[in-house]
Design a protein around this ligand. Structure first.
Ligand code: FE2
Length: 265
């Protein structure tokens, strides 16, 4: 399995605090059947500042340690780029990393709302032939309340990644329900762990894929795994057509109200 979003590098963000913790996380990944992880430390979120060179150096150091400790896991570079006002400056200054050097780039929105002028983000990325992968949209309040807002971003050319722990219920039943609904509506293109540590938030990719198989069917799992592999190899892939919300017609929504009103007269 391939994991396209994880916090496996130590000392850069709210992921592992030490090399030992990184190695523990890496061993867990191998136990779960993960062969390749894209390390995506937070960038421009709060005090976390991890420009391209910082991440690439940390990836090389961890890979060396994995070889030394005979842990058969490949680590690739990436970032989870918060939509900070300065993110465009970073883009122009070549401080941003795509996922494993591909044309896919991981973007994180604030949890409360969509960023202002979100279309500008997608426009700037498209100029550079980059495809945004929106990290965990199920945890964005505005999208959770109005999933059609995610549909609109996908129509702009973005892709979306749901987090395994949202599917397993770690973030509560509401997030779980939104996550599965976004999957069901084909608004999700990847499942990734967003792993932070070996205890509270390990990978749980297998568990999430198991739940998706049970709730939505095995084809969804094949789709997500194929997409992750394509992303890693910087290939394009076929996107499933989003399912639009079925709107109840005037007849069903307004007519009964009309009859109720008239009955009371
Ligand atoms: Fe993350």
């Amino acid at each position: 399995m391939i994991d396209i979003h994880s916090h496996v590098l130590h000392g850069l963000d709210d992921g592992p605090a030490s090399l030992e913790q990184s190695l523990e996380l890496a061993r867990l990944a191998v136990q779960e059947g993960i062969s390749t992880i894209i390390a995506t430390p937070h960038h421009r979120k709060g005090s976390y500042y991890n420009p391209a060179q910082t991440v690439e150096t940390a990836v090389s150091l961890l890979q060396e340690q994995l070889v030394r400790h005979q842990i058969p896991l490949t680590i690739c570079s990436g970032q989870e780029i918060h939509t900070h006002p300065q993110w465009l400056d970073d883009l122009y200054a070549n401080q941003l990393l795509t996922l494993n050097g591909s044309s896919y780039i991981l973007i994180e929105f604030p949890s409360s709302k969509l960023p202002e002028r979100v279309e500008e983000i997608f426009h700037e990325l498209s100029i550079r032939h980059l495809t945004a992968v929106i990290a965990h949209p199920e945890r964005n309040k505005e999208i959770a309340e109005q999933p059609d807002k995610l549909l609109k971003l996908i129509e702009y050319g973005a892709l979306a990644q749901v987090t395994s722990h949202s599917i397993t219920g770690y973030f509560g039943p509401q997030v779980r329900s939104v996550a599965l609904e976004l999957c069901r509506r084909n608004l999700i293109h990847f499942i990734a762990s967003d792993a932070h540590d070996a205890v509270r938030r390990p990978f749980h990719l297998q568990r999430a894929y198991g739940i998706v198989t049970e709730k939505l069917g095995g084809d969804y799992v094949k789709y997500y795994q194929h997409n992750a592999e394509s992303l890693l190899k910087d290939r394009s892939f076929e996107i499933w057509r989003p399912v639009r919300q079925v709107r109840r017609s005037f007849f069903f929504t307004q007519l009964p109200r009309f009859f109720r009103r008239n009955r009371s007269l």
